[in-house]
Design a protein around this ligand. Structure first.
Ligand SMILES: [Fe+2]
Length: 171
C-alpha cells in the first residue's frame, strides 16, 4: 500500500502532493476559524481568529499562485492530520461550559493548527529550494512568516491569561 498514492514517485510529486494537502487544510481552517471566533470570549483571541481568517483566505490565493508558478493545476488532497486536529478541537470545545476554560482550549487548538502549518510550510520551502524553485519558496515563506506570527500571538494571549489568573489568585 502506498501512503501518497501510486502517482508519487519523485520529490517533485511529493512537493505537489504537499501543496494539495495544505491547500485542502487552509480551506478547512478557513471554515473553522469563524466558529472558533464565535466561541471565544477573550477580545484579543476573537480578534486574532478574525484577523487570521483574512490571512488564511489570502494564503489560499497565494497557494494558487505557487501551483501556477510550478505549472500544475490547483487541487486539493484530503489531509487526515488537519481533519484530526479540527475534530479533536471540536470535541474538546463541546465539553466545556466555563468560558475562560473554553478560551484556553481554543488557544491550544489554534496552536495545534499553527504548528501543523509551520511543519507543512517549512518542509515545502525546503523541497521547493531543493527543486530549484526559489520563486515558490519565496511565496511559501510569506505564509510561513504569517503562521509563525499567529503562533507567537497565541502564546502571548495564553501567557496573559495565565498572568491574570495568577493575579486573581494572589489578590
Ligand atoms: Fe494558514
Amino acid at each position: 500500500m502506498s501512503f501518497f498514492g501510486s502517482s508519487t514517485h519523485t520529490l517533485d510529486d511529493l512537493f505537489v502532493h504537499g501543496l494539495k494537502t495544505v491547500y485542502y487544510a487552509e480551506r478547512q481552517i478557513a471554515e473553522t476559524l469563524p466558529k472558533m471566533a464565535a466561541m471565544a470570549t477573550n477580545r484579543d483571541l476573537r480578534a486574532g481568529f478574525e484577523q487570521h481568517l483574512t490571512e488564511t483566505e489570502n494564503q489560499r490565493v497565494r497557494l494558487e499562485q505557487v501551483f501556477r508558478q510550478h505549472g500544475v493545476e490547483a487541487a486539493e488532497t484530503t489531509c487526515p492530520a488537519i481533519d484530526g486536529i479540527i475534530k479533536a478541537a471540536k470535541a474538546t470545545a463541546s465539553d466545556i461550559d466555563d468560558k475562560h476554560v473554553l478560551d484556553a482550549a481554543l488557544t491550544f487548538s489554534a496552536q495545534m493548527v499553527e504548528h501543523y502549518e509551520i511543519a507543512q510550510y517549512g518542509t515545502l520551502i525546503a523541497w521547493a529550494r531543493e527543486l530549484g524553485r526559489e520563486d515558490c519558496a519565496a511565496l511559501l515563506a510569506e505564509t510561513l512568516a504569517e503562521e509563525k506570527a499567529t503562533d507567537d500571538k497565541l502564546t502571548q494571549i495564553a501567557e496573559a491569561r495565565i498572568n491574570r489568573t495568577a493575579e486573581t489568585q494572589t489578590a
